[in-house]
Design a protein around this ligand. Structure first.
Ligand SMILES: [Ca+2]
Ligand SMILES: [Ca+2]
Length: 206
């Protein structure tokens, strides 16, 4: 093979290599993007399934104790005014006197890092947990008895950017009436970690 031919051959290989790298690059971008989309869909489905499970836990609680759990913390909880309705649901469903189905332990989060002064639940930890959504933010719980007077301050946000958000029970945009007027509302801030945006997940539909 003459030196000129070897040179041409080397040039052709380089073009082939660049073409292969380009194709690999396109494939990586394609699969990363569709993978992220799939992950997003999976978490949303998990959040919707969690709403169903939590709703049946709460209904079971009512059939056991005669009413829905209160969204107020009991005395001695050392309430710091953050995440309180979400913590009240945790305390009710993990009450040592309650023998019904409790939510999964892996769901528990504590975005405001607080603890109770005395033991209130069947768990050994004194941490005042919340039931967390698939994105790690508290699932808010509002009990129908106090919709009008409740405003929660929640520590939530997209990963690593937790901030204080004030959240009230929701009314229907169409009718102006409370959602779930005789039961309870469960609210997740969704993927964006912000309550009140379109990606929120709830136990009711608008
Ligand atoms: Ca907490
Ligand atoms: Ca949201």
């Amino acid at each position: 093979m003459s030196p000129a031919m070897r040179h041409r051959r080397a040039g052709f290989t380089l073009i082939e290599l660049m073409a292969v790298l380009l194709i690999i690059g396109i494939l990586v971008v394609f699969f990363t993007t569709s993978g992220m989309g799939l992950l997003r869909d999976t978490k949303r489905r998990q959040a919707e399934a969690q709403m169903t499970t939590l709703s049946s836990n709460i209904l079971e609680y009512r059939s056991f104790s005669g009413d829905f759990p209160s969204d107020r913390l009991p005395p001695g909880a050392g309430d710091n005014g953050l995440n309180s309705p979400a913590e009240a649901l945790y305390v009710a469903l993990f009450d040592p006197r309650y023998s019904g189905q409790a939510p999964k332990l892996e769901w528990l989060v504590n975005t405001d890092n607080d603890a109770t002064a005395r033991s209130l639940t069947s768990l050994p930890e004194r941490e005042l947990f919340e039931i967390g959504d698939p994105w790690g933010n508290p699932v808010l719980y509002f009990d129908y008895r106090r919709y009008a007077e409740t405003e929660a301050t929640v520590h939530a946000g997209p990963e690593g950017e937790v901030s204080e958000q004030r959240v009230r029970p929701r009314k229907s945009v169409k009718t102006g009436a409370w959602h779930e007027p005789n039961a309870f509302q469960l609210l997740s801030a969704g993927e964006d970690g912000v309550f009140g945006t379109d990606d929120d997940v709830a136990n009711y539909t608008e």
